[in-house]
Design a protein around this ligand. Structure first.
Ligand SMILES: *Cc1c(COP(=O)(O)O)cnc(C)c1O
Length: 318
């Protein structure tokens, strides 16, 4: 799953690494993302578009060999009119009520479905991160029943959470996203992202002096405060200010202090013997879910929020 620029990490390098690892089927949310991914991957791998076919997508679908995951009767008819003979996928609703065709839609399309002959039939689980939730089994059963209408298609139901629900949910192909990028619900995921923030300046602050907007933090001892180059415009959510977040100088924790500004944050480096050129906010000790918990959100939102101003360095891959 490479939607939203591979969850903010970079769809082109991540896609190339996954292709080198053997992945042959990719998913994005929008046709524009699919076109960009096709440029990065070249011909060969299947690129599926979860949004299906929206107005104006037909030229992109044709030019970049994309497979829309059609999700309404209108999309099916529009696709057959604009892209006859091209491969398509069908997205079924099995209980999430967000995107996808229901049984009544399939009945209404009975005249055109043979011409469509979808290469892939998929659905999405609403509660896969809660293994005991009864909706998982209900959606599995509903999907199995609806998919039986398409004996020639590959079937797909599982994202990261569904992969962890076990083989009954795996079917022909799975669509993991967050688990590849180091996040829950894959508790065993290895961290995929390290984020280091350059120190722009270090200053001495006397007891009683305050730091940052709103004078949100006040020194209680002679302090050294480092100002780092990243802020909420870079996805360091403003809610992290005052949430007790830690930055890291190698293995040494350094408290973040004061509010998060648009381009800057501040950290109390008083106890460091020497201030390194950068402090980490994501590393092996503090992953996206830890940062997300401090801000009251989920790892997906932290990752996809990391802005375009960071220099991205990729390790491994082709
Ligand atoms: C985002 C998404 C996925 C991947 O979900 P993760 O939880 O990140 O693994 C899979 N399928 C669909 C339809 C999605 O929207």
């Amino acid at each position: 799953m490479l939607k939203a620029d591979a969850y903010g990490i970079g769809a082109a390098p991540v896609g190339r690494a996954l292709r080198a690892a053997g992945v042959r089927t990719f998913f994005v949310a929008l046709a524009e993302e699919g076109a960009a991914l096709r440029e990065a991957l070249g011909p060969g791998p299947a690129i599926h578009v979860l949004g299906g076919m929206m107005d104006g997508d037909a030229p992109l679908v044709t030019a970049h060999d994309l497979v829309p995951c059609l999700n309404s009767a209108d999309q099916v008819r529009a696709f057959l009119a604009a892209c006859p003979g091209r491969p398509a996928a069908l997205q079924l609703d099995s209980g999430m009520n967000r995107l996808g065709l229901e049984a009544a839609d399939l009945d209404a399309l009975a005249d055109v479905l043979p011409a469509l002959a979808p290469v892939l039939v998929m659905s999405h689980l609403a509660c896969a991160d809660a293994p005991g939730h009864p909706l998982n089994a209900a959606q599995r059963a509903a999907f199995g029943a609806a998919a039986a209408r398409f004996p020639g298609a590959r079937l797909s139901l599982a994202a990261t959470g569904g992969v962890l629900l076990g083989p009954d949910f795996h079917l022909d192909l799975v669509r993991p996203g967050i688990g590849l990028y180091g996040g829950l619900p894959f508790a065993g995921a290895r961290p995929a992202v390290t984020l280091e923030l350059p120190v722009i300046q270090v200053r001495d602050v006397a007891p009683g002096e305050a730091v940052g907007y709103g004078a949100g933090w006040t020194a209680t001892r002679p302090s050294r405060i480092a100002t780092l180059s990243a802020g909420y415009a870079d996805g360091l959510l403003r809610a992290l200010g005052g949430a007790g977040v830690t930055l890291w100088a190698g293995d040494t924790p350094v408290p973040m202090v004061g509010r998060v500004s648009m381009d800057l944050i501040t950290a109390d480096v008083t106890d460091l013997p020497a201030v390194p050129p950068a402090l980490a906010i994501l590393n092996a000790r503090q992953g996206v879910d830890a940062l997300a918990a401090a801000a009251g959100t989920i790892g997906y939102e932290v990752l996809t929020g990391l802005g375009p101003r960071y220099e991205r360095v990729y390790h491994g891959g082709p």
